[in-house]
Design a protein around this ligand. Structure first.
Ligand SMILES: *Cc1c(COP(=O)(O)O)cnc(C)c1O
Length: 406
C-alpha cells in the first residue's frame, strides 16, 4: 500500500507532539512542500496570490486560513514560530524584528493606560529604558524590585498590576530568580508573568512549565548562536499570541524570512551548543576562582553562588555567561580586557566566539553611579560570554590579561 505524502506529513506531526527537545529543535514546524525539499525553504515574498476574489475576501476576513502579506505571516517565519513554541512547550509563538520588538509587542498588546508592571531591577538595560521612557508616556507605570527579594515583589503589587517581568539568570551577575514563586504570586494577583529566557533558552530552562504565562527571547543571542542576525520571539497561549500578532500586523516590527531561516539553522544545534557553552563556562568559573588577581566570580554553577541550589532545580545547566571582579578598579579591568587577543571586545553574547566586556562603562554605562552600586556593577567587574573555542585557549587568553595587571 502506498501512503500519500499528506498522510505521512500528518503522521509526522502526531509523532512530533510527543517528541523530545532535540527532535523538535530539528523537525518541528516544517511541512514539506510538493518539491520534497529537505531543508526549510526561504519564502522571499512580500505578498501572496489568491485563487479568486472570493478567496481574497475570505483570507482578509480571516474566514480562510492562509497568508495575506508578510508583515503579518510568512511561511518561513511561521516554521520558526512553531519550532520555538514547541521547544518552550507553548501553544503559539510570534516572531519579531528584534528581542526588544518582542518585549515591546508583548507589552503593547496586553497592557493599557493605567496598568502597572513590576519588573526585576536586573533586566536587560534597554528593557528598563522601554518601560521608563516610552511605556510611561502611554500611562503604563512600573516599579523595579531587587530580583531575589520576594517580599519586595509582593509589596510592589498594586490593584493595577497586570504584569510581572523578570530575567533569570540575570546579566551580568547571574542572579537566579525563582520562577515558580513569582508565577504563584502573579496568579494570586491576577497578573501575567513574562520571563525573558534569553540566557538559558528552552534547552536549559522552561519557564512556562514553572508557571510563566509568556516567554520572550532575543533570538539574536543563543537561538542564532553565531552572531549573524537580529530577531526576537514571544511565546504563550493562542489567545495572548493573537493579541501580539495583532500588534505586529498594525505596527510592523516583523521578522524577515531570511533571519527566520538563519534562526532555524541555529535551533538545530541549540542543545549541543548550550551544553558546550555551559561546560566551558563552569570550568572557566572554577579556574578564575583560583587566580589570585581575581577577587570574586559570579556564576550560578559555583557552589559559592547564593542561589546555586535554585539554579540546579530550575535549570539543566548554568549557561555560558559569567562575570568576575579583578583586584583593583576600572584601570585593572580595562588592562585585562585590552591584553586579551582571542576574546572579542564586544557587548554581544551567546555567540560561538567568546566575548569580553566592561559592564560599568558599556552595557550599564547609562546608569547613575548610585544605581550601579545598588546593582553590584562595580568598576572592577568584567563579563565574559564563553564561546565554543577550546577552553584551554580561552584560559590562556585570560591569563594574558591577568598577567598584564599592574
Ligand atoms: C539582547 C537582549 C535583549 C534585546 O534583544 P535584541 O535582539 O538586541 O533587541 C533582551 N533581553 C536580553 C536578556 C538580551 O540579552
Amino acid at each position: 500500500m502506498t501512503v500519500d505524502n499528506k498522510d505521512k506529513q500528518a503522521q509526522l506531526q502526531d509523532i512530533l507532539r510527543d517528541a523530545h527537545l532535540d527532535t523538535l529543535a530539528v523537525r518541528a514546524g516544517q511541512v514539506r512542500g510538493p518539491e520534497g525539499e529537505h531543508c526549510e525553504p526561504i519564502y522571499t515574498t512580500s505578498s501572496y496570490v489568491f485563487d479568486s476574489a472570493r478567496s481574497a475576501a475570505d483570507r482578509f476576513s480571516g474566514d480562510e486560513p492562509g497568508n495575506v502579506y508578510s508583515r503579518y505571516t510568512n511561511p518561513t517565519v511561521n516554521i520558526f514560530e512553531q519550532r520555538i513554541a514547541a521547544l518552550e512547550g507553548a501553544e503559539r509563538g510570534v516572531a519579531t524584528a528584534s528581542g526588544m520588538a518582542a518585549i515591546l509587542s508583548t507589552f503593547m498588546a496586553l497592557l493599557q493606560a493605567g496598568d502597572h508592571v513590576v519588573c526585576s531591577r536586573s533586566v536587560f538595560g534597554t528593557t528598563t529604558t522601554l518601560l521608563n521612557k516610552y511605556l510611561s508616556k502611554f500611562g503604563v507605570a512600573v516599579t523595579f524590585v531587587a530580583p531575589t527579594d520576594y517580599q519586595a515583589w509582593e509589596s510592589a503589587i498594586t490593584p493595577q498590576t497586570r504584569a510581572l517581568f523578570l530575567e533569570t539568570p540575570s546579566n551580568p551577575l547571574s542572579e537566579i530568580v525563582d520562577i515558580q514563586r513569582i508565577g504563584d504570586l502573579a496568579r494570586r494577583n491576577d497578573s501575567l508573568l513574562i520571563v525573558d529566557n534569553c540566557f538559558c533558552t528552552p534547552a536549559l530552562q522552561k519557564p512556562l512549565q514553572l508557571g510563566a504565562d509568556i516567554v520572550v527571547h532575543s533570538a539574536t543571542k543563543y537561538l542564532d548562536g553565531q552572531g549573524r542576525c537580529v530577531g526576537g520571539v514571544a511565546v504563550g497561549s493562542a489567545a495572548h499570541m493573537d493579541e501580539v500578532l495583532g500588534f505586529l500586523r498594525s505596527c510592523g516590527p516583523t521578522m524577515s524570512p531570511f533571519n527566520a531561516w538563519v534562526f532555524l539553522k541555529g535551533l538545530e544545534t541549540l542543545r549541543l551548543r548550550m551544553e558546550a557553552h555551559s561546560a566551558s563556562a563552569l570550568q572557566l568559573a572554577h579556574w578564575l576562582e583560583q587566580q589570585e588577581q581575581v577577587e570574586q566570580v559570579f556564576y550560578s554553577g559555583l557552589a559559592s553562588h547564593p542561589q546555586h541550589e535554585l539554579a540546579r532545580r530550575q535549570q539543566t545547566a548554568f549557561g555560558g555567561v559569567l562575570s568576575f571582579r579583578v583586584r583593583g578598579g576600572r584601570e585593572q579591568a580595562w588592562q585585562l580586557i585590552d591584553a586579551t587577543r582571542l576574546l572579542s571586545i564586544t557587548a554581544n553574547l551567546g555567540d560561538a566566539k567568546s566575548t569580553i566586556v566592561h559592564p560599568a562603562t558599556t552595557t550599564h554605562g547609562r546608569l547613575s553611579e548610585e544605581e550601579r552600586a545598588e546593582a553590584g556593577i562595580t568598576q572592577n567587574l568584567v563579563r565574559i560570554s564563553v564561546g565554543l573555542e577550546a577552553i584551554e585557549d580561552i584560559e590562556a587568553d585570560i591569563s594574558r590579561g591577568l598577567s598584564a595587571l599592574s
